[in-house]
Design a protein around this ligand. Structure first.
Ligand code: SF4
Length: 326
């Protein structure tokens, strides 16, 4: 009842601009996209109420992230600082900067679980829009005349998955050639009246305007390999079915044994015989790193000195025809 009103009010609150205001955050690294974004894509439909609510939610999520960082002793500075790039003086507003061992750009992204997971796995490989945005922000800062930004060469992309609220972040180095190339395209379109034609490029599958551009929606097949082996698929499905069922049986009985063991007030080293099954409780001692204690003693910032990123490859197999066994 109330929700329909909220969605309708959100839709009414904002119209998609029909004329261009090409800002740094809207630049997609393709000459034709830049040109069309500058002259306007024509009569685009208004944003839906749900889209506006989602966009606004991103801003609130950023506030939350700022508070979480502050609690850890990390201050985001220069929030919404205006920068300019190129001869055409395209403007943008950065999310902020953060100074730890050196000053870096800080870019916040609140994302759904799927989208956050994709960023975690492939970083900016499939997000040319974010790649352009942060590189142009870094270029703007480096050329702002501020001494402290002259050598800025990294951005921290700080992701807040909306479903779990457990953030993660990664560093993106400044790509000078990429930033200069994109700014050159922007300047040529705006200052020299360049009208590039659409030309298929590696970024087309990730382009939000692909349908407007070509009349087609590209499917992103990058990173999708194919191999055919029906026998292995059959074996995997069968094994998975047995193992799922087996795991359920084992875990179910294990928890009953555990409860019975505790109910009889048996201790570690004691034995409970259940027919031929021997149930024993044992305790292993391991030294482990207790992050909470470390943070209490040395502060959250000290974690940065003792943690480093490592890659652990893993493989997940999902059945795209769930439930099928042949
Ligand atoms: S679909 Fe490709 S050519 Fe068209 S605007 Fe997007 S990136 Fe550029």
């Amino acid at each position: 009842m109330l929700s329909e009103v909220v969605i309708a009010a959100a839709k009414n609150s904002q119209k998609r601009p029909q004329t261009s205001n090409l800002t740094v955050s809207t630049i997609f690294p393709c000459p034709y996209n830049i040109y069309r974004s500058f002259v306007g894509w024509g009569n685009l439909p208004d944003l839906e109420g749900e889209e506006i609510l989602n966009m606004e939610n991103g801003w609130w999520q950023e506030e939350e992230s700022i508070k979480n960082l502050k609690r850890a002793g990390i201050i985001i500075e220069n929030r919404q600082l205006e920068i300019e790039v190129g001869r055409s003086k395209r403007k943008g507003h950065i999310d902020g900067t953060v100074t730890l061992d050196k000053v870096r750009l800080w870019e916040h992204k609140a994302r759904s679980m799927d989208s956050a997971q994709r960023l975690r796995e492939v970083r900016l490989d499939r997000s040319p829009d974010i790649k352009a945005q942060v590189n142009l922000y870094m270029k703007g800062l480096r050329e702002s005349g501020e001494e402290k930004f002259k050598a800025l060469d990294e951005a921290i992309i700080y992701i807040k998955p909306k479903d779990t609220n457990t953030p993660f972040d990664f560093i993106v180095p400044y790509d000078c050639d990429f930033a200069d190339m994109v700014v050159e395209w922007v300047d040529r379109v705006i200052l020299e009246g360049w009208k590039p034609e659409p030309k298929e490029c590696p970024f087309c599958p990730m382009c939000y305007m692909s349908e407007m551009c070509t009349g087609e929606t590209f499917l992103d097949f990058k990173g999708l390999g194919n191999w055919s082996n029906d026998e292995l698929v059959r074996r995997w499905r069968l094994g998975k079915q047995y193992s799922d069922f087996g795991k359920e049986l084992v875990e179910g009985t294990r928890s009953i044994f555990k409860a019975k063991f505790e109910e009889k007030e048996l201790q570690a080293g004691d034995t409970l015989m259940v027919g031929p099954l021997r149930v024993k409780k044992y305790i292993t001692h391991k030294r482990s790193f207790v992050q909470d204690k470390f943070v209490k003693k040395f502060g959250a910032l000290a974690l940065l000195d003792v943690t480093e990123e490592q890659e652990y490859p893993g493989y997940r197999i999902d059945d795209t025809e769930e439930g099928k066994v042949e």
